[in-house]
Design a protein around this ligand. Structure first.
Ligand code: ZN
Length: 469
């Protein structure tokens, strides 16, 4: 693009989705090893923004050691006679898309979770200052969103300053989320869709409803509406909700239609309020994962910044990998923290009555939205570190899932295949072109499978798990 003549590397959509591995990186900004990092957009009065100004507080890229990680705060302040505060979320989310247009530059996640890498090659080409990054952002904001009349961008790398501003950013996010609460899915006839993540997850379409935030936790229904209005050709668009097919599971004809179209036929059906069968797809930037734990017939939740292993022995990264990429994975579900506060949160599966384990940090954040009867019955990493201690805890607290355990054993049935098996030889009991198996929290898909067995035990778990708890 000729508008980027003064930038030492290329800028364009073709660089979206580009991954930069640790070995190829010059520096890392934010990311899992840095506690305090953020990006924030603020709408300001016209006289408080100096158009085109780019400020760096702290060391610049060229002052940073190769291969190291640094704290970063990005502040985008905009002004315009027709912009209102409601657009802050929309503008902020664009930082992700625009930064990924830069060759050799990778931006992941959002808000307090940002993870940025600059590749060595681009650094060697001269991309060695935040001034360039700021210029790209400035130009794209001004050219893509015409309501922005003035913009100034600040990069903060001074660790003390980032630390100081971090809690203010968290307050801003919370205030924004709180403003969006209250409206119900039934009360609107339009939802919003977002395909911002398709560069990393091609079949992913985020469906944003008043009671279901985008997976990344950065776009509310109000943000979606504002975005679709100011930039109708952008990544966020209106969805005519259509006919309500299933109120409990959250199936809408309009959603099915648009998801089918925008995923190019990969996904044909979405149930918004359940993690089973046709769950909402997971991109890559979801704030948390809900994962089914078959041993206790309940859900664990884990957020991106949780450092340890979860109660089933797996860390966030492994659980995230098993659901990411725009797929629908039965029992795995990429979600936002704000969705945990919604009355529609896994509603068809039992909501919080079905949640058995969650990191303490997340529980604290959403505590006021967990029903009182169950709040002390949901374990954290302090109460349970593995399935056995989780079982003991749930039993002791008489968690609602415990009632499901006895029901399950009662319908267990053993079917012996011995009668039809010949001496010394086993016969195939299952053969299928595409056979998914869910076990121990994993889904394994066997292609063109034939399974041989001496004995088959059939448990009717499926009807059970779908029942409302
Ligand atoms: Zn995403």
């Amino acid at each position: 693009m000729s508008m980027f003549k003064d930038i030492p590397v290329d800028v364009g959509v073709i660089y979206e989705g580009e991954r930069i591995r640790r070995k190829q990186m010059q520096v890392e900004l934010g990311g899992p090893s840095i506690k305090e990092k953020f990006e924030l957009a603020k709408v300001k009065p016209l006289n408080e923004v100096e158009d085109g100004k780019i400020t760096i507080i702290g060391p610049d890229i060229k002052d940073m050691k190769e291969g190291e990680a640094y704290p970063l705060g990005i502040l985008v302040e905009v002004a315009g006679s027709t912009i209102d505060q409601q657009l802050e979320g929309v503008i902020e989310r664009r930082i992700h898309g625009y930064m990924n247009f830069i060759e050799g530059f990778m931006h992941l996640n959002q808000r307090y979770d940002i993870w940025i890498r600059l590749g060595k090659k681009s650094f060697q080409k001269g991309l060695n200052s935040f001034t360039y990054i700021g210029k790209v952002l400035y130009k794209l904001f001004k050219s893509e969103l015409s309501i922005i009349e003035k913009a100034q961008i600040t990069f903060i790398t001074d660790p003390e300053k980032v630390k100081e501003l971090y809690p203010c950013a968290l307050e801003d996010y919370e205030a924004r989320d709180a403003r969006a609460r209250g409206l119900k899915d039934e009360e609107v006839d339009k939802f919003y869709g977002c395909v911002l993540c398709q560069s990393f997850a091609p079949s992913h379409v985020c469906v944003i409803t008043p009671q279901r935030y985008s997976n990344c936790g950065a776009i509310s229904w109000f943000d979606g509406r504002a975005s679709a209005q100011v930039d109708p050709k952008g990544p966020v668009f209106a969805i005519e909700r259509g006919e309500l097919v299933d109120a409990e599971k959250g199936e809408y004809s309009g959603v099915n239609e648009i998801v089918k179209k925008k995923s190019l036929g990969d996904v044909n059906r979405v149930w918004l309020y359940t993690a089973f069968d046709y769950p909402h797809t997971s991109c890559g930037c979801f704030e948390a994962v809900a994962f089914y734990i078959p041993e206790v017939d309940g859900f664990g939740l884990v957020n991106r910044s949780f450092k340890g292993v979860t109660v089933n022995g797996l860390p966030f990264s492994t659980l995230a990998d098993s659901t990411a990429g725009g797929r629908q994975v039965d029992g795995f579900h990429g979600i936002s923290i704000e969705y945990m506060r919604s009355p529609k949160f896994l509603e068809a599966d039992g909501g919080w009555n079905r949640v058995v384990w969650v990191p303490k940090e997340v529980k604290e954040r959403v505590k006021d939205f967990i029903p009182k009867e169950v709040v002390d019955k949901v374990a954290t990493e302090e109460d349970a570190q593995n399935i056995d201690s989780l079982k003991a805890f749930l039993k002791e607290k008489d968690h609602p899932v415990v009632a499901r355990w006895t029901a399950e054993t009662a319908v267990e049935e053993a079917v012996s295949a011995e009668a039809i098996a010949e001496e010394g030889a086993m016969i195939p009991v299952v053969s299928a072109a595409n056979l998914p198996i869910t076990a121990g929290g994993f889904k394994i898909i066997l292609k063109d499978a034939k399974i041989y067995a001496k004995k088959v035990i059939i448990r009717s778990m499926k009807d059970n798990k779908k029942a409302k708890g």
